[in-house]
Design a protein around this ligand. Structure first.
Ligand SMILES: Nc1ncnc2c1ncn2[C@@H]1O[C@H](COP(=O)(O)OP(=O)(O)OP(=O)(O)O)[C@@H](O)[C@H]1O
Ligand SMILES: [Mg+2]
Length: 280
């Protein structure tokens, strides 16, 4: 499977230089089923197909990200995200698996991760377990995407502490903005106490149905609230994106010509150009 380059690679930013620090993005929203996992998989795959080195990190005990890239039940030689979080002395590289997509790697999860939420509680620096794992991996990957569970518990907190920025998918439906105050409050607390530099990568409108007025109204409200933090790219509701996980294939590869695939490729492109603007 070959895609033309999205915007072209910038070799001076490649992980081959010793001071390289990849960008860590947490995909988070405590609301369930808003497209977090679909977004993490498809934006990461689009970037990898464009030649960027990308790591996906599954910190959701549902492990939908792991099965969505066709790797359900797989463990790296160090184990899964559970062992990575709990074993302070393990080598972070020992949890990274290659996927079937060139340039795309994965730290997989399984059900054991449910226990981590409780077992991390008594640990010293329990909010920094994931940061400890990912920090050394920044030198190897241009982008690291963390797929969070639908809660604001310790696993999501670890992701927000480890990340440079949070990408917030919002389902275009009536209650889209409900509960966002909790997320925004959590981001404020994380910035205040644990990760002052945490940025908003962008707010992403997902499952948009342009046949309904509701979708348009929600999109307008979200733009009023988050202003230019909202990505220009909108992800449409698309059957092919919904089917792809049951085939263990990222949507952008499952049906490359679908509207859903095109939207995620456009999102990856928008992210890259925003980064270029920020760097300039
Ligand atoms: N744009 C879309 N069009 C159609 N179906 C979609 C789209 N995005 C996601 N889906 C489907 O909607 C469901 C929820 O998506 P997804 O798993 O990405 O959400 P999530 O926020 O990660 O959920 P959870 O909170 O349970 O982790 C999945 O079955 C997925 O395949
Ligand atoms: Mg999910």
């Amino acid at each position: 499977m070959k895609y033309a380059s999205l915007v072209g690679h910038t070799p001076e930013q490649s992980p081959s230089s010793s001071s390289f620090r990849g960008r860590i993005v947490a995909v988070a929203n405590q609301k369930g089923g808003v497209g977090k996992t679909t977004t993490a998989i498809n934006v990461a795959t689009s970037l990898a197909l464009d030649g960027h080195s990308v790591l996906l990190v599954d910190v959701d005990p549902q492990a939908n990200l792991t099965s969505g890239v066709g790797m359900k039940g797989q463990r790296a030689h160090g184990g899964t995200a559970y062992e990575a979080l709990m074993n302070e002395n393990a080598d972070p590289a020992s949890f990274v698996l290659p996927t079937r997509v060139e340039h795309l790697s994965l730290i997989p999860a399984d059900r054991n991760l449910t226990g981590a939420e409780i077992e991390m509680v008594p640990l010293l620096a329990r909010e920094r377990c994931l940061q400890r794992v990912l920090e050394p991996l920044r030198a190897r990957f241009e982008f690291i995407f963390i797929d969070c569970p639908p809660s604001l518990g310790l696993l999501t907190l670890n992701a927000l502490v480890a990340a440079d920025a949070v990408l917030i998918p919002l389902h275009c439906e009536y209650f889209a903005l409900e509960g966002l105050a909790d997320l925004v409050g959590t981001l404020r607390r994380v910035r205040g106490a644990l990760n002052p530099a945490l940025d908003i990568e962008g707010v992403l409108l997902t499952m948009y149905d342009d046949r309904t007025n509701l979708g348009q109204l929600v999109a307008r409200d979200v733009r009023d609230f988050f202003k230019d933090k909202v990505f220009n790219t909108i992800i449409p509701r698309n059957v092919r994106l919904g089917e792809a996980p049951s085939h263990g294939t990222p949507g952008v590869l499952y049906d490359t010509k679908s509207r859903g695939a095109a939207a995620y490729i456009a999102l990856a492109k928008e992210m890259i150009s925003r980064h270029a603007q920020r760097a300039a």
